[in-house]
Design a protein around this ligand. Structure first.
Ligand code: ZN
Length: 306
């Protein structure tokens, strides 16, 4: 008899708990912003924002880590995330192909290096050599083109190979490649281990270069405009707060790299003033066309959220 009496109470309790859980989940979903990133120093601004501003802004930033640009871009382009810290050229290409995304801010300023083996002492020495980049749609490919032109060479004078960033330091150390340019801290790894040296920093080749950007989906920007504004504003503030010490602290938490590698890498990069100006974007568009990344990249008004 006892059991029979208890059953309705149990069932109603379960129902109450279920409806409460549904309610909590719904509230979480509404405030959550899913941001994709790769564990590189180029995404520190968004990592810092997630650490510092999630609570105070009332926005729950959910970081989604990816292992490659291809996987990250797939998630961004199919609205599985609300935004990403991504190579701006990859996002421009997606935009050109009709994907609904916009760039809201730079990922960082400067912060790339052309790393070469000890045998290479000038851009001219790269003739006939093998050089690795992560992807043709990247500022790393643009910077290589810029470096080659300093030595009177073009991209046709070198063998290009696309490698995963993690493979580049060991490929240089083993002599499989003669140089590379890629998101950090993978350049610093070769420098720290003495497998390579810096031939050029990005600022020596391209002043105010663009590389990564905070890119958001139109779906998120249109349906949650106020959240998007707050998120972008906090992102820029997070960038401004990243001096060398703060950047290192954030990098240690997410990147698990040694002090030596981070100290080497972080000397080349800054995160303040991450607004994408028309000037910076138009210089990028010029280079994208000049070096054949795209004949018809999106215009500033089409692609930059402002
Ligand atoms: Zn970058």
């Amino acid at each position: 008899m006892k059991k029979i009496k208890l059953l309705p109470i149990l069932i109603s309790s379960v129902l109450v708990i279920s409806s409460l859980t549904a309610c909590v989940n719904k509230t979480e979903d509404k405030n959550t912003i899913k941001i994709a990133y790769l564990p590189i120093t180029h995404s520190l601004a968004v990592l810092k924002e997630a650490d510092e501003y999630s609570e105070s802004s009332g926005l729950n930033i959910e970081l989604v880590k990816f292992g490659s640009w291809t996987e990250l871009l797939d998630a961004l382009n199919s609205n599985k995330v609300d935004g990403a810290s991504v190579l701006i050229e990859l996002a421009m290409k997606s935009k050109q192909e009709g994907v609904g995304i916009k760039a809201a801010a730079l990922g960082h300023r400067d912060g790339n290096v052309i790393v070469v083996s000890d045998k290479i002492n000038s851009a001219g020495d790269l003739k006939g050599k093998t050089f690795a980049i992560p992807h043709r749609q990247s500022s790393h490919y643009i910077l290589l083109n810029d470096a080659l032109s300093k030595g009177g060479l073009t991209i046709d004078d070198v063998n290009i190979t696309e490698l995963a960033p993690t493979e580049m330091p060991s490929a240089l150390a083993s002599g499989q490649i003669d140089g590379y340019c890629v998101a950090e801290p993978f350049g610093a790894m070769a420098v720290a281990s003495k497998a390579g040296k810096v031939l050029y920093t990005s600022e020596e080749l391209w002043k105010d270069s663009a590389c990564c950007a905070l890119v958001l989906t139109d779906k998120f920007l249109d349906s949650r405009t106020d959240d998007a504004r707050t998120f972008i504003e906090n992102y820029k503030q997070a960038g401004n707060s990243l001096d060398k010490d703060t950047a290192k602290e954030t990098a240690k938490k997410y990147l698990k790299q040694s002090d030596e590698i981070l100290d080497t890498s972080l000397q080349w990069i800054s995160y303040n003033d991450l607004e994408i100006t028309e000037n910076t974007y138009n210089r990028l568009v010029e280079k994208v066309k000049k070096y054949g990344l795209s004949d018809d990249p999106p215009t500033y008004d089409e692609f930059i959220y402002h």
